[in-house]
Structures are given as C-alpha cells and as structure tokens.
Design a protein. Structure first.
Lengths: 463, 84
C-alpha cells in the first residue's frame, strides 16, 4: 500500500472558522458530498452521484395511519383528521410529504378518508392499502382513490411459510391482482414485503420484470410503483454489503436492470437494528425517490423511519426548507402527547429534553453562545429554545442559564453568576447536604427565586 | 481600620471555613484552599458586599490567588471611588 503519510501544519486564524456554509444556524446542518460514490455490483464499479439529490424529486411518504396504527390502539376519526391536517402544514406547498396511506376496510376507515380529503389539501395525497385480493378493489374504486398499495410478499419466508405457496403460485396470484387493479384504473403499488430476506435473482427481479412489462401496456399514471419493504429491518447501508441486504444493490437492480424509474421506487424500513433512518436516506442516495415514514416512528414492533427525522434529513440534503413548516413537528408532538402517546424525553427534535443540557460545563457553553451546544436554531425551526435542567452537575453556569431563561433576559440584561450565588448554593446543598437524587423541577426553582432573589423577582416577575 | 489584605483574608476564611492567619498571598483559591465552583462565585459575591463594589464577572473569577484578589479589589475600589 502506498505511503500516504503527510505533514499537517496548524493554521492559526484570528477569527474562528465556524464552517457556517455547512452549519448555517438557520437550517439543520447541510449534508454535502465532495465526490461520487463507487459501489461494486456484479464485479463492476458503478458510480452514483450523491450531488444529484439536490435536483432529484426525492420526497417523503407517510404510513402513520396504516403501519403506524398497527403499533397502537386505533386513532379516532377526529384524531386522524387533526394529524392529517398537521401533516399537510408540515409538507408545505411543494409536497415534500407527498402521500399518506389509509386502510379502507371499516366504515370508520372510509369516513376518515372522506373527512381528510374534505380539508382540500393537495398534499399529502391520500392513497389506499389493501391485501392482494381481487375483491378489495371494489373498496379502492368506491373510495375514488387513484392508487393503492398491495401486499406482494417476496421472500420464501412469506411465500412458503406464511402463504403456503410456491414461487410460481405467488407470482401468478400477485399478477392476477395487479391486472385487476390496472383493469379497474387504479395504480398498483406493489409492496415487496421482506425484500431484504428474499431471493433477488430468483424471484424479485423476474416478478418486477413482469410488472414492468404490464406497465408498458398502460398509461403512465397507472404504471406500477414498487415499494421495497425492509420488513424486519435487515437492510444494510454500507458499501460492499451483499444482496439481499444491500440497499444500494437492491435499488440499482430494480432501477437499472428492471428499468423501474426512481420516481416509482419507494423504501419502507423498520427499526429492528437501529438502522431505519440511515437506511431510508441511503435509499434516496442510490436512486429511490420516496422514503416511507410514520410520525415519530410509530409502527409495527420497533417502528418505521420517523417522518420528522426524514424531514430534517431532506432539508439537510436540499440545503433549503423547500416550503416545509418545521414548527408543525412540535405541534404534532404536542398533539400526540395530548392524546396519550408517549414520546421519550430524549427523543430527537421533539422529546421534552432533546435540547436540554444538564452538565454545568455545557450550560457554560450555552451561556456564552447557544450555538455551542444546540444543533440548530431550535427556537426558530421548532419553537423550542435550548434549556438547562438543574441537577448536581449543573453548577453555577447551569443555574445562571436557567434563571436568565426564566426571566427572559438577553444580552446586556442578563444576570451574571455572582448575583445568583444564593440560588446556586441552595441547589448544591440539595445534593451535598440533603442527599437528593432527583433533578430539581422548574416549580421548585421558581419558588426559591422568589425567596432568595426577591429584588430580581420584583423587577422581572411581579410586573 | 483593617487593610484590604486583612479584609480579603477574613472573607475568604469565612466562605471557605479556614483560619485567615494560615493564608499566604500565594495561596491558590482552588488548589491550596479547596474552593469549589460555587464557592468561587460566593467569594466574589462576598467581596462585593464587604467592599461595596461591583466587579466584572469574568475578570473577578479569573483571579486565582489571595494576593491576586487583594490587588484586583484594591484596583476596583480605586476605580469606583470606594475607600478601601
């Protein structure tokens, strides 16, 4: 191997280089690439251009009302209509959240769909989800939907062990339903269930070849879409990974060998191995335009790609908000909490403590410049200013950040550490003298501010 | 009237619970006298109260030794027209 050792000289600068072309505080950090990606497929080096993400029509689709509901007791109609309305606001006029799918089986399912559509939003477009059963098209047609997802499971686990068929029978059954959809004028979206555990050359590609052949016979708006369902979360994002787990190779084979355009490919992941977010973005990277998600990742077992994470990733890749109203993410979280859905405190972007620091040394950084310990301008983008929580690790720096935030003081008005020493002492004594083991609540601190710092209380709170 | 040095040592002794007679000008508040983070802030607050002055937070907290504090406080008193 060539000797690549180099000497590196310190570049002394008078002003800090904050790398603000990438870390523009007004946006999530931008995701930039400085060259092509090479993946060896069937022994050949294949080049992918990640810079094309900026111009490609990548987008997000949603399964909150389908996979998301499989993970929890059903939402009421009102709840779903409210969530749909917030999704539309988050999506923005360009349709970054392009579609959402609905069950169609019960009266409530159909009423929900009607009421969501009655809101008149262009995005997300409402689509259906049915079993691969010919009779189910009646439901799609009656609902007046243009597109529906259908189960076309493709691993032998599903074909042999679950459906008790062989591959020929499975393919014939699926194609019969696809034909019925096309005949009914409904665009089929074939959900290739368990694709990351399937025989790609032996079943998936021959099946998709058949779907593409049928697509060529119908108008473009009816041509078959393919959803790659990583049902058990086995997908792998690393270059060089083998099929069927390699996301890059799966997408390349469908896109280039079968000729499914990127606009008709969608990735649907699960989080069984903590890979769901990166896997969905990897699918975008290698030529799949749609990433299927659900709000806060609620979905079967470990859940799906979190929709809000995909939105932040999308902005980072595009380098622009693209009309997305990111504050709707916070409203969605507040709404879900209000109807009893738990969101862990440390959950990114919406957990109660996602931008709360506890360590005094971090609070000291926040006090000097919030950019040091805040991921982006969370006040502007999410309506969530960075906070500190007070514990034995907070130190006077933590206490002073808390108190300035409490009084809403900024700039020259901010109170310094010296003036709040009595409160800082009280906090330390809670742990050192009284042996406390829990964080101190805002209510407790507020009462102590009134008692120990009456001058400031009178000035800023008793107005 | 007590000198600045005597008053600084008396306050330090009170806050850190140390006999002022054992203190030297070269003593480092944190290393030699064991002042912890909150106590450093308390020391500055008590010096302000004792001398009736307002000190710059960063400047005052950057002072490391007893001798440094005597010098710093004498200078602030002079600037703010306070008899020390």
């Amino acid at each position: 191997m060539a000797d690549r050792k180099k000497n590196h000289r310190l570049v002394a600068v008078a002003e800090p280089n904050l790398l603000d072309e990438t870390f523009d505080y007004d946006l999530p950090p931008l995701i930039k690439f400085d060259g092509p990606i090479i993946e060896y497929i069937d022994g050949e080096p294949i080049e992918f251009d990640p810079k094309s993400l900026k111009s490609r029509d990548i987008h997000i689709t949603d399964t909150t009302f389908r996979d998301g509901q499989q993970a929890r007791p059903p939402y009421t109609i009102e709840q779903m209509v409210r969530i749909y309305d917030l999704l539309a606001r988050l999506s923005g006029p360009k349709g970054v959240i392009r579609q959402t799918e609905f069950f169609l089986y019960t009266k409530n399912d159909r009423e929900t769909l009607d009421r969501c559509r009655a809101l008149g939003h262009t995005y997300p477009e409402c689509t259906g989800w049915i079993r691969a059963v010919k009779g189910d098209f009646r439901l799609v047609k009656e609902a007046g939907l243009k597109e529906t997802g259908m189960l076309t499971s493709c691993s032998d686990y599903h074909i042999f062990l679950k459906s008790k068929m062989d591959r020929s029978q499975a393919m014939a059954t699926y194609l019969e339903v696809v034909d019925a959809a096309l005949e009914a004028g409904v665009r089929p979206r074939c959900h290739l269930e368990d694709i990351t555990r399937a025989d790609i050359e032996g079943f998936v590609l021959p099946f998709v070849d058949e779907l593409m052949e049928r697509s060529r016979q119908v108008p473009e708006e009816l041509s078959v879409k393919i959803r790659l369902c990583d049902t058990m979360g086995f997908g792998i994002s690393y270059p060089g990974a083998e099929l069927p787990r390699s996301i890059a190779k799966l997408i390349y084979k469908l896109n280039q060998e079968c000729g499914v355009p990127s606009s008709r490919l969608e990735w649907h992941g699960h989080n069984d191995f903590h890979k769901v977010h990166t896997n969905a973005a990897t699918a975008w990277l290698y030529g799949c335009d749609a990433a299927n998600t659900s709000i806060f990742g609620f979905g079967e077992r470990t859940g799906n790609q979190p929709l809000e994470g995909a939105v932040i990733e999308y902005i980072g890749l595009k380098g622009d908000l693209c009309g997305v109203d990111t504050t709707a993410i916070t409203e969605l979280a507040d709404y879900l909490r209000s109807i009893g859905l738990p969101i862990p405190d440390n959950y990114p972007f919406v957990g109660k403590a996602f931008n709360t620091t506890r360590a005094g040394i971090h609070a000291g950084g926040l006090r000097q410049d919030e950019r040091i310990y805040n991921i982006f301008d969370t006040t502007k983008l999410l309506g969530r200013p960075p906070k500190v929580a007070i514990t034995d690790k907070s130190g006077t720096d933590g206490v002073v950040v808390w108190i300035n935030e409490f009084f809403g003081l900024e700039g020259e008005e901010r109170i310094n550490k010296i003036k709040i020493h009595k409160l800082a002492r009280w906090v330390m004594d809670q742990y050192e003298v009284h042996g406390r083991l829990t964080a101190i609540s805002n209510q407790e601190l507020e009462a102590k501010v009134k008692e120990l710092l009456p001058k400031y209380w009178k000035k800023y709170k008793a107005l | 009237m007590a000198t600045v040095e005597e008053r600084v040592k008396a306050v330090t002794g009170r806050v850190l619970n140390i006999d002022p007679k054992t203190m030297k000008a070269s003593d480092n508040f944190a290393v030699d006298l064991g002042a912890e983070s909150v106590q450093s802030v308390e020391l500055v607050a008590m010096f302000e109260e004792e001398f009736g002055i307002e000190m710059d937070e960063d400047g005052a907290l950057a002072v490391e030794t007893v001798g440094g504090a005597i010098e710093f406080i004498a200078k602030v008193c002079k600037e703010q027209g306070v008899d020390a």
